[in-house]
Design a protein. Structure first.
Length: 432
């Protein structure tokens, strides 16, 4: 039994992909069994060997007491009997699923698995992807027969970047297998590290679908609130004031407006609509939600330009400070950040934009978006300030600080997350 072999350290567990999902679960398992953590990025592997989390989510102490070997050499996967795939599943420029990383991981594993081994995918995919797309690669490369000679399962990741409360141990896991035996074994292995328990899904497709609808549901709900914010702006009332009043009802869902980016909510619905289209169905509600959320960056940019013009200024000479560059608060991750959409919209009006962020890496941001990132703003230089991300560093800023950033007394504050709606009295204020 694979569980007994892992516990007795007769075989190893391998985690493929050591990002914000893979590294935490690899370290948790490494406190109980032998683990090899594999990532194709050599620089990231070097950092982890020195007890540094490249995603800046874990403290160095998280590596203490862990029986783990970090590697970017596929040969070091030999001897593993249980593989967990936690690589990214992004979309391309046309919003189509990019299965390159997950198929690449399947090819790597296919070159090393043996009879009796297990492969569990955690990467978010559309229902059917594991068995229809990944398993054939495993079979072709390994020469082994699915189910008869190796087992496959799916257990969706549920890590929330920046969240110190909901962790691998405290979030209930969903797990599935390709047959009864594999489902039992996979659940038992995950129970080693998940204190909240493991829900056994009926099939692999059920587990895949459960994950993808979690983020799709959030995306659609946020899109509704974003659309309401556009309507309420025309009515002349603050969306957050309305939400505060509506939230007094016990069953009101507390979603808030904002820029919807990142590698989950802003991506996963496209996997589902892609699958739906292949099956001959056009997903109307999901696609509409995606359209609304993907448009919000441009909407915020236009609202900023509009308010600069209302102050009698020439936007061709305008200068705007963007505060926040990551896809969400208090993380360093800039992948699929919709802040850049706001920047592009402003620049289309020839507005000069400075971007600051206390968490994002300057070189990484330049490489990803081709835009410079500053650590500090230039005081007394701006016509408008957009606070796009509610980092903790921004939570206690006051109007005096924002006034010191402006070039004159006709400055504009664009407050995307509604942090300062009761604080700004003299400057022009607008928020979603």
């Amino acid at each position: 039994m694979i569980y007994d072999k892992l516990i007795n350290k007769e075989t190893k567990l391998a985690v493929i992909g050591l990002g914000y999902v893979g590294l935490p679960i690899a370290l948790e398992f490494a406190r109980k069994i032998k683990v090899v953590g594999f990532d194709i990025n050599e620089e990231r592997v070097k950092m982890m060997k020195n007890n540094i989390d490249p995603s800046d989510e874990l403290d160095p102490s998280a590596f203490d007491g862990c029986d783990i070997e970090f590697s970017c050499d596929p040969k070091d996967l030999e001897g593993a009997g249980f593989y967990i795939v936690a690589v990214p599943t992004p979309i391309n420029a046309s919003n189509q699923p990019d299965l390159g990383p997950v198929l690449g991981a399947s090819k790597t594993i296919g070159g090393t698995i043996n009879k009796g081994d297990y492969v569990v995918f955690e990467s978010t995919v559309y229902p059917g992807c594991t068995e229809d797309d990944c398993v054939p690669v495993l079979e072709e490369v390994s020469g082994l027969k699915y189910i008869e000679e190796f087992k496959v399962g799916y257990s969706p990741e549920r890590i929330n970047p920046g969240d110190k409360q909901h962790t691998v141990r405290t979030i209930k896991k969903v797990a599935s297998g390709c047959d009864e035996e594999s489902a039992d074994d996979i659940v038992k292995v995950y129970e080693l590290v998940v204190d909240a328990g493991v829900h056994r899904a009926a099939t692999i497709k059920v587990a895949e679908a459960a994950k993808i609808i979690e983020n799709t549901q959030r995306d659609v709900n946020i899109a509704l609130i974003n659309e309401l914010s556009i309507i309420l702006n025309r009515v002349g009332v603050n969306t957050y004031d309305v939400l505060e009043a509506a939230s007094t009802k016990w069953n009101f869902l507390p979603f808030t407006p904002g820029l919807v980016g990142g590698h989950c909510i802003g991506v996963d619905p496209y996997y589902l609509t892609h699958k739906a289209k292949k099956l001959g169905y056009h997903a109307k509600v999901i696609n509409s939600g995606r359209y609304v959320n993907d448009s919000m960056g441009f909407y915020v940019g236009k609202q900023c330009v509009k308010r600069i013009l209302e102050q009698g200024k020439n936007v061709l000479d305008g200068r705007v400070l963007m505060m926040g560059a990551t896809f969400k608060e208090d993380v360093s991750d800039i992948r699929n950040s919709k802040v850049i959409d706001v920047v592009k919209e402003l620049e289309s009006f020839s507005v000069q934009v400075d971007i600051v962020d206390p968490h994002a890496e300057i070189d990484e941001f330049k490489h990803e978006y081709g835009h410079d990132l500053k650590r500090e703003p230039q005081m007394g230089s701006y016509d408008a300030v957009i606070v796009a991300v509610n980092h903790k560093e921004y939570s206690n800023l006051n109007e005096s600080y924002f006034k010191s950033l402006m070039r004159d007394d006709k400055g504009v504050i664009i407050d995307v997350k509604g942090i300062y709606r009761d604080e700004i009295k003299d400057l022009v204020y607008w928020g979603l």
